[in-house]
Design a protein around this ligand. Structure first.
Ligand code: PRP
Length: 183
């Protein structure tokens, strides 16, 4: 099921699962001896984070953050709305910020600064996807480099739709333009 026969699959579920397992192994190795605090950025990272945390063989705590910059639009508003701030207990912890996609970089840049400011012992970032045009933006762990096209599925949305697709698929430009309403 990729939502619509017109949608071209970019990353299918088995490829995603293999890469998420690899990321989990690497993070487990890098954070060996630590009890990291995972901060997934909702809503987009919820599916990725749920899978990734089960591939990390360490004691850990997960505390999702709600942040958004896109609203119902398909372009970033340029301002990050961090709905409830950063949790007080990040102080002294090894933090892993988890997001679904690195696009303009605003989300991770803002959150990394906020978490540092709150006294984290260390901050690492993990994204499932990085767009081609964002190659100059760094994250500690990157799942896949993808073309500069609009993608949905595996947590990623268009105006709230398609997050439940198991594969990550391209959305045709005309659907992006009309807001991706499912009728
Ligand atoms: C999307 C996505 C990332 C962010 C990446 O979130 O889930 O968090 O944008 O873009 P950036 O690198 O330009 O900051 P969105 O604002 O759409 O909220 P959502 O996660 O609730 O869909």
């Amino acid at each position: 099921m990729n939502g619509n026969p017109a949608f071209e699959t970019l990353l299918d579920r088995s490829l995603i699962a293999r890469r998420v397992a690899e990321l989990g192994e690497t993070i487990t190795r890098d954070l060996c001896g630590s009890k990291p605090l995972l901060l997934p950025v909702l809503d987009g990272a919820m599916v990725f984070a749920a899978d990734l945390m089960r591939e990390i063989s360490l004691p850990l705590i997960m505390r999702p953050l709600k942040a958004s910059s896109y609203g119902v639009a398909s372009r970033s508003s340029g301002t990050l709305n961090l709905h409830q701030g950063v949790p007080a207990d990040v102080a002294g912890q090894d933090i892993l910020l988890i997001d679904d996609i690195l696009d303009t970089g605003l989300t991770l840049k803002t959150l990394r600064a906020a978490v540092h400011h709150a006294g984290a012992a260390s901050v690492r970032t993990c994204v499932l996807l990085r767009k081609e045009s964002s190659r100059h933006l760094e994250a500690d762990y990157i799942g896949f480099e993808i073309p500069d096209r609009f993608v949905v599925g595996y947590g990623l949305d268009l105006a709230g739709n398609y997050r439940n697709l198991r594969d990550i698929v391209f959305i045709p430009q005309e659907d992006v333009a009309t807001g991706g309403e499912i009728t």
